[in-house]
Design a binder for this molecule. Structure first.
Ligand code: CA
Length: 285
């Protein structure tokens, strides 16, 4: 297929040869009814679908990922790398396109840049979760964006990577996300004889309510959302302390230690394991 490149408002749109916008107009698609600015998004989104179909022929794992990244060079590099690792990868560059595509297409996971030209990536994430879409999301953030990372995790991200990062790490993290059992959106998280009500912030063991400190509960929640999977210490740290910014070097260890002791004292049928130098995981016992 021949393509033309056009630069509009800092976003490079790829048009297939032939006049797609004209055909959208003829078919009475949203692009035909929208004003010029919206038509640009619609055309761009349409291309993303086409690109997805093109990429679909090359993938080998059956896992299809959506990459939302406005840096064209980085996006192209990541798509190539993901495909080389056996994934299908579709790429869009704006929040609007991302939400459009995610509204109609199921992806195994989403790689989401937070700094997008039309909206913050965390807005995309929040909207997704409001739609009850539990697709695993890994966010990409700038080096110093601690607050962004925290906002992203709180908006429902599963993991994050700080730019610049090694592509191998991205692939490894995607693999980890895809092993996730998918209770991200659960209001109530269960493991062994534990039930954690994430809305009421209350832990029940064998049906009995128990009091824990808010930080112990926060540690418990992040581990329970990924049962049997190692959660990186820095992810726990950022989610719990990031905004306050005054984390002692062993603060997470302290809270994990307290939580572990509380669970033991309460005869919980679950244990927290420390994976030295990596993080923590919770398993049923
Ligand atoms: Ca960006």
């Amino acid at each position: 297929m021949r393509r033309r490149h056009r630069e509009i408002g800092g976003t490079i749109l790829l048009f297939p040869a032939g006049n797609l916008a004209q055909s959208c107009l003829k078919q009475g698609s949203p692009a035909g009814r929208a004003n010029a600015g919206e038509a640009v998004f619609a055309v761009s989104t349409h291309f993303a679908y086409m690109e997805g179909r093109i990429n679909a022929g090359r993938r080998t794992s059956g896992m299809r990922l959506l990459l939302v990244e406005d840096n064209e060079e980085l996006s192209a590099l990541l798509v190539k790398s993901l495909e080389a690792s056996g994934y299908g990868a579709d790429a869009v560059t704006t929040a609007v396109d991302a939400l459009n595509v995610l509204g109609s297409t199921h992806y195994a996971a989403v790689i989401l840049d937070l700094g997008l030209p039309d909206a913050d990536g965390s807005t995309v994430l929040r909207t997704l979760r409001q739609r009850q879409n539990a697709v695993p999301v890994l966010i990409l953030t700038a080096r110093d964006g601690v607050n962004d990372r925290v906002a992203g995790l709180r908006a429902g991200a599963d993991d994050y990577l700080v730019k610049p990062f090694a592509v191998e790490e991205l692939v490894a993290r995607i693999e980890a996300l895809l092993r996730r059992p998918g209770q991200l959106l659960g209001r109530s998280l269960e493991l062994g004889n534990l039930v954690f009500d994430t809305v009421g912030r209350q832990l029940f063991i064998d049906g009995q309510p128990h009091m824990l400190s808010s930080r112990e509960l926060a540690v418990l929640e992040i581990l329970l959302r990924r049962p049997g999977r190692v959660v990186a210490k820095r992810v726990v740290e950022d989610q719990i302390f990031g905004l306050s910014g005054d984390v002692g070097s062993n603060a997470v260890e302290v809270y994990v230690h307290r939580l572990r002791k509380s669970l033991q004292d309460l005869s919980a049928a679950a244990a927290i394991h420390t994976i030295r130098g990596v993080g923590y995981l919770i398993t049923a016992t």
